[in-house]
Design a protein around this ligand. Sequence first.
Ligand code: DC
Length: 239
Amino acid sequence: MFALMNAPGIIIAIDGYSSTGKSTFARLVASALGYIYVDTGALYRGVTLLALRKSFIDTAGEVTEESLKEELKVVKFEFRFSEVAGRSELFLNGECVEREIRSLEVSGSVSIIARIGFVRNYVDEILHELGRRKGVVMDGRDIGTVVFPNAELKLFMTARPEVRARRRFDEMVQAGESPVFEDILRNVNERDKIDQNRDIAPLRQAPDAILLDNSEMTIEQQLEWLGKILEERWNLKLK
Ligand code: DC
């Protein structure tokens, strides 16, 4: 008898607007399938942290691109799984930078870094390497359109701007901040505009991506919805 080979797994590309819960959803899906989860935004954040630390971004938001390009030739980014956190964390030259890449300073500069062509190529190379072994869930803005245009399954996540702003508002209140709802809503709309209108790899729904509008859905409903698709098409079960 031939031993049953393990299915090689598929690539699931999850793109979409900010604050649609992509990473929470992607992480749960990966864990339910025993797949690797890759937070691609973390790499753009990591390169931004590097640029800030080396003072390659000035106060006007100008980037010393040549220096950053040289630096990227010698640094090492890697994801390592943390048993304590129960998730992968980003390391820069052996240092865990997971917390720092989520800081306001990095969040404020990441869109400047994410629109630089050689930065995108650099990140894409890492992502291609991670996607080679299949059995991967990646979330980002251009995974199904640019990074893995042949991904077996592409999802595009959206929700009404008011719903996304409300989620961010609630998160900030929980973190002890006192946000103004209208400011957050304006920021959500501005980020949409920047993400959709940049020259390289703008945020777009791939023609073959399935739209998931989770404005009125709980996370359990989203998982149930995806579970049906995975089972019907690939006989994959979420555990
Ligand atoms: O998902 P996030 O907020 O961590 O993403 C951080 C930034 O990186 C955000 O400005 C969008 C950008 N990004 C991108 O351009 N392409 C990706 N595949 C992922 C993130």
